[in-house]
Ligand binder design. Sequence first.
Ligand code: NAP
Ligand code: ZN
Length: 367
Amino acid sequence: MNLNFYMPTKVIMGEDCILKNAGLFTTLGKKAMLVTGANSAKVNGSQDDVIKALESVHIPYIIYDKVMSNPTVPCVYEGARVAKENEVDFIIAIGGGSPMDAGKAMALLACQDIKEEDIFLGKFSEQVLPMAFVPTTAGTGSEVTPYSILTNDKAQTKTSISTPKLFPTISFLDAKYMDSLSLTTTINTAIDALSHAVEGMISVRASVLSDALALESIRNIASCFEELQDGKISRESREKLLYGSMLAGVVISHTGTTAVHSMGYSLTYFKDIDHGRANGLLLGGFLEFVEKSKPELILSMLNAMNLNSVKEFSTLMDQLFGEKEEITVEEMENYTTISMKAKNIKNSSVEPDYQVVLDIYKKSFGK
Ligand code: NAP
Ligand code: ZN
């Protein structure tokens, strides 16, 4: 058996885990910059807990709260400038994937000068500020991945900065912050996590260990399907979704994502369709395609979800996501051309060609 597994992030999960482990912040540095979105961290209790913990160990901090969804390159350069000007020596990102991914790029840009044209090419040194992360959505798994995904206007898509140095140092997982999530964001983020676990199993880089974690992730997320459909999410399910999304993050740290993510980026870039929703709308079509070559693989995922067929899975996704966006065939052709250039499409163990990708878009949007 060959394995190559690296997961350097310390993960601490449980109610009030930030306050109970405040001392850990002293191991990261002497002055922190909190990186958040505009609102949610202020209202779900996560920012207050981080501030209380920092004050209890006498660590000063500043707040950068201007991260938008699908963060842009100018946003992370601005955040890094603020970090440098204020001489902070570690980053605490609080929020969904957007503040966490932005926080990673800021941690990198705050300690070295990287030209904009070099950032996606990986032309930088290994210097990066230590990072503590607090996910407040249960979806991206960014709290345990070495990826920072930014809007790349030059390529008209989203592109990942990827280096092991971007693994956060510590992640604090407390499901209570998710009580305030809307049902729509809960569903979108849960299906993003599911998509990570499923795509991880389809990746050319899947291993016995990543598959074991992926199946555990799928089981936990699928056990919440009924509550996602009913729209009433218990705290117990919130914990399962958070645990499942973290596991799926560990999976994609090793396997990367595949065709679904590369196809979904165009839907987000051009149509402003939320990241998780975009993946969820495409997933059934992709599974149907993979099933033709690897039926046992798809069966193992369906078993973990307690479902009998890909059709049943697609029907469930249709119920969760409701009415779909209008997309013309010309738009789909353009998205197909862009997706075919993404590196994660080649990461699929059953690699779709242009026509297959176009057909999945068409099937997903009823054309
Ligand atoms: P998000 O863009 O971080 O947040 C979506 C919305 O949810 C925002 O309006 C946010 O408000 C709100 N929100 C967050 N937590 C909340 C809470 N506890 N209660 C109420 N509202 C809350 O969404 P996301 O789906 O978590 O992240 C998507 C991003 O992650 C995309 O850019 C995607 O490409 C990336 N991603 C990264 C990885 C990775 O490995 N790095 C993997 C998958 C996806 P505020 O703006 O006010 O905070
Ligand atoms: Zn994703």
